[in-house]
Design a protein around this ligand. Structure first.
Ligand SMILES: Nc1ncnc2c1ncn2[C@@H]1O[C@H](COP(=O)(O)OP(=O)(O)OP(=O)(O)O)[C@@H](O)[C@H]1O
Ligand SMILES: [Mg+2]
Length: 356
């Protein structure tokens, strides 16, 4: 019995009706969007749902996901040109999507990449504008999506110098960001061009709906057949309404119930989670490491953790830090996330649990 599905099927998307409506209206009015919310709150899911809803409403929309190419020099990610190069490349890819890949074309593409790398900002803007115009001539409207810009420590503020030129291109820009960064992007002058959508934590009703939908997706039976009613408020409290944490806690609880041969999840399956957390308190580096991760919810790399532990006079080698992190990740207490070549570790549990 494992009725929880964690994929990104749109049929699993729940709640957020109002926000979605606002976002759709804004895009149709040609406004840019800034989707703001903490880690795991559902920014990417929201964008997926938005894309889906918009394309049902209008046929001429072309969505372009802009990601910074992996080979790009990370010391340059604060420069506007990096974003523009990524944008130009993505547009180029769109234009030649249906052509066959040949050696000749790959060589041409590489030449194009090299040329872009050496181009000035003004030239890049011209190249982009020309590409966009080509799409617009066929009646298409472009929507550029910059998801996860903050994860690659991409400084949104660098847009300031070029944004006027970008906004003039008659396309829509959609950004997602953690709360701290948004003000840099939308200052008072830019406000009329932007709609900001805040994604809030799920309340108990919404948390239930999230879980319910996933269960219904996988099983004929309902939520009451799998989950004790008092489990939902417990999950809500532990997760603080963060959908990613809600799903984590759920799959933990389901695994726990399964391992004792039960079909229904009860509160005790979740207490197990909290207990495991407390058990960890007996070994010093592990506890200190967890404490650090609670203090830094945005996550820390191995070397950052090692440095901070040393500062607190806890002797623990770098490789031991890595080992502990692996153990904790295997137990589902941490989550690793790639940030360029680095892995950033984050605690899955919110701070409150720890203080219990
Ligand atoms: N409205 C929703 N309906 C259903 N599931 C959701 C919803 N929002 C988020 N989720 C689920 O929660 C998890 C986290 O969502 P998502 O990856 O979209 O968050 P995010 O804000 O993009 O995270 P990050 O900050 O890491 O980029 C996913 O498993 C997703 O399926
Ligand atoms: Mg995301």
């Amino acid at each position: 019995m494992m009725p929880l599905i964690t994929d990104k099927d749109l049929r699993l998307f729940v709640n957020r009706e109002e926000e979605l409506e606002d976002a759709v209206d804004a895009v149709l009015l040609g406004k840019n969007l800034l989707i703001v919310g903490q880690w795991g709150i559902g920014k990417t899911s929201f964008i997926n749902a938005l894309r889906h809803t918009l394309s049902k409403k209008k046929e001429n929309l072309v969505f372009v996901d802009v990601r910074l190419p992996a080979h790009m020099d990370s010391s340059k990610t604060h420069e506007a040109s990096t974003l523009l190069i990524a944008l130009a490349l993505e547009l180029e890819k769109r234009k030649s999507e249906d052509k066959r890949i040949t050696l000749e074309r790959m060589r041409e593409h590489q030449e194009y990449v090299d040329a872009l790398s050496n181009a000035s900002i003004e030239d890049l803007l011209l190249v982009i504008e020309a590409s966009i115009k080509k799409f617009q001539r066929t009646g298409k409207k472009l929507i550029f999506i910059f998801d996860d810009v903050d994860k690659i420590s991409f400084d949104l503020i660098m847009l300031a110098g070029i944004r006027d030129s970008l906004w003039k291109m008659n396309s829509v820009f959609v950004f997602t960001s953690s709360r701290s960064q948004y003000l840099d992007l939308v200052d008072s002058a830019m406000e009329p061009f932007f709609t900001i959508i805040f994604l809030k934590e799920f309340n108990e009703f919404q948390a239930k709906k999230l879980i319910e939908t996933r269960i219904r997706f996988a099983s004929e039976k309902g939520i009451q057949d799998f989950v004790d009613p008092n489990v939902i408020p417990f999950i809500q409290r532990l997760s603080q309404g963060n959908p990613r944490r809600i799903l984590h806690l759920c799959s933990f609880a389901f695994r726990q119930a399964y391992s004792r041969g039960a079909v229904r999840v009860t509160e005790s399956d979740l207490s197990e989670y909290v207990m495991k957390q407390i058990e960890l308190e007996t070994s010093s580096p592990k506890t200190e490491l967890l404490k650090l991760l609670f203090e830094y919810p945005q996550g820390l790399s191995v070397s950052e953790l090692h440095r901070k532990l040393t500062k607190r006079k806890i002797s623990c080698s770098r490789s031991r830090v890595s080992q502990i992190l692996r153990e904790l990740s295997d137990k589902g207490l941490l989550e690793a996330e790639k940030k360029g070549r680095l892995s950033i570790y984050k605690s899955v549990l919110p701070v409150q649990v720890k203080s219990k």
